[in-house]
Design a protein around this ligand. Sequence first.
Ligand SMILES: C[S@@+](CC[C@H](N)C(=O)[O-])C[C@H]1O[C@@H](n2cnc3c(N)ncnc32)[C@H](O)[C@@H]1O
Length: 241
Amino acid sequence: MSNPANRATNLIDENWDARVAAKYDRRVMELFKPYDALHSLVKLALSRTLPDRAKILVVGAGTGREIIHLGLDNPGWTFVGVDTSQDMLEIAKKNLAKAGLTSRADLIHGTIENAPNFQFDGATSILVFHFLKDGEDGSDSKSQFAFGLSKRVMPGGSLVVADLVGNLGESRFESEFELWETGVLAEAHNPESWAGLKSVREMVQWVSPEREVDIWHKAGFNMEGLLLKWLLLCCWNMTKI
Ligand SMILES: C[S@@+](CC[C@H](N)C(=O)[O-])C[C@H]1O[C@@H](n2cnc3c(N)ncnc32)[C@H](O)[C@@H]1O
């Protein structure tokens, strides 16, 4: 049985269950100060490259944040959102309905492999990739995820990826993490957020920026640039070769 103390403080867990989902929209802003700026940048990057009638794959759609950011300003865009948590998708469904976007977004419960196998004009993976854990058989889930996206984005199409990267334990990593903790403690005024940050550190499957860039390159994406770097968070835009 899970420990009730953990249940009270552990805001992020691998299951993304109803308890975590209910608090997600508020807590993610406490942990990631540039969360809104990040989504605005994703929108700017995709708006520059995608046509008026683009079809976009959102992997790890969560509570629907990127579909709403992208969809409200781009009335011709339609979306497929995929997420492994039914509880997060339930909230996404409500958020999309409130935003008037239900008819333009299909939500699918599952992994990238459950997304339709046709070619999208663009795709996003925001705050998802860092959680991918290698299989017990040694399978490289980050590479599999990247190849899954590669199959589904058309040549010349755009991909924006944002996630946490860094070499756990190295002095630069530790000093950036400490800065992050100090900021959350000082500004969130909420012990739960600090506990959430601790669980992020444990849950993230850390890789170096070089390793991540290599994974995307091998999967067939050209790095166009680093849109944002905030402590350990990096956001890249890429083009499918
Ligand atoms: C931190 S949330 C990010 C949600 C949203 N992209 C955002 O920017 O707010 C991570 C989401 O990824 C989902 N997720 C985790 N592993 C996944 C996977 N392998 N495939 C699809 N979704 C996944 C979780 O269920 C959760 O909803």
